[in-house]
Design a protein. Structure first.
Length: 341
């Protein structure tokens, strides 16, 4: 599709956001919103099933929903994992770095037990077929190969990544890192996750956000949070500011809008629930989902379901900065060892 014809991408002029108004009035909000053990993956799988009902990517959304259901079960009675000690947390805070970076923090060997539990739960209802075959191949794979694949995922490298097993390995990493974030907060308190540099990366694990979410409610209504692609932590990031280069100039919002006689692609979400915050300074964009438009939005699920928006915004000349571990693409050029999705 061409954004100049068919489904257009209107630009919204710079205005003072409700968040900026609230901040000017001295209103406080929590900097970090940790994932809730009982609901983080449960809510994701419910939203994915809702969005899948009339979606052209129905089968894949249901696949990810089933994975999220397995992640939920694995997280409920997850055994304790090794967490950073007080001195390591203090050193990270002094350096304005996350205390357990996704690539750098030594993963507890227990993470592979988490992965296997997720896979076992996920595979239990599967009939014979390609998906079950892929799960069984992964379960039979050597631990060092799995760790090497996990390293590529953590560093956002697609060169050499096994794309068939990548979402499955990612599901294990997400469950493990969510446990790690929650347990670290239990031991050291939530304040261990403070402001870091750059502010565009997760203060818990340093991963990129999948998308941002503008919230509703008495405590943080109107404020924008970035949603971590790995541990599902959310951290405050002011609106109308690029989440890639941190510029506050040339920010434009683009979204799918209907034109007479042209139907929008089915996404399952309410109109206006997802839009792209585009930066004319660096030509990157990040999705933003709005609870005021649809209270049931979930960043990972709604990012997957709004892939048509990615295609149109890319056609307009912007590059995706968000990272979704359930949306990975093929190998980059041989001279480029980085990738994203």
């Amino acid at each position: 599709m061409n954004p100049g014809t068919g489904n257009s991408l209107p630009r919204t002029p710079r205005v003072l956001s409700p968040e900026e108004i609230a901040m000017q009035a001295g209103r406080q909000m929590p900097f970090v919103r940790l994932p809730v053990r009982a609901s983080v993956f449960h809510d994701r799988q419910l939203r994915l099933r809702q969005l899948a009902a009339s979606h052209p990517m129905r089968e894949y959304l249901l696949f990810v929903a089933d994975l999220a259901a397995a992640q939920h079960q694995a997280l409920q009675d997850h055994p304790p994992v090794a967490v950073p000690d007080a001195s390591a947390c203090a050193a990270a805070a002094k350096a304005l770095k996350p205390p357990m970076p996704a690539f750098g923090w030594p993963r507890d060997p227990l993470w592979q037990a988490t992965l296997r539990r997720v896979l076992t739960l996920f595979a239990a209802p599967l009939a014979a077929g390609p998906v079950r075959d892929t799960v069984e191949r992964l379960l039979a794979s050597p631990a060092d190969w799995i760790d090497a694949q996990a390293d590529r995922l953590s560093r956002r490298i697609t060169l050499g990544l096994d794309l068939a097993t990548a979402p499955l390995i990612a599901a294990g990493l997400q469950a493990y890192w969510t446990q790690l974030a929650l347990q670290t907060a239990d031991v050291h308190g939530e304040r261990v996750f403070g402001h870091t540099e750059p502010g565009t990366e997760c203060p818990c694990c340093g991963s990129l956000p999948t998308a941002s979410i503008t919230r509703i409610g008495a405590e943080d209504g109107g404020f924008r949070y970035l949603h971590c692609s790995l541990c599902s932590t959310q951290w405050h990031y002011v609106r109308i500011k690029c989440t890639h280069c941190e510029s506050t100039k040339g920010i434009q919002f683009q979204q799918l809008t209907p034109e007479p006689g042209i139907a929008l692609p089915a996404t399952g979400a309410r109109p206006g629930a997802a839009k792209a915050e585009c930066c004319d300074a660096c030509h990157h964009y990040l999705k933003q989902v709005a609870m005021e438009k649809d209270p049931e939005v979930e960043p990972v699920a709604d990012d997957l379901a709004s892939i048509t928006l990615d295609l149109l915004v890319a056609d307009a000349g912007y590059e995706r900065s968000g990272h979704n571990l359930m949306l990975l693409f093929g190998d980059p050029d041989p001279d480029n060892d980085g990738g994203g999705g």
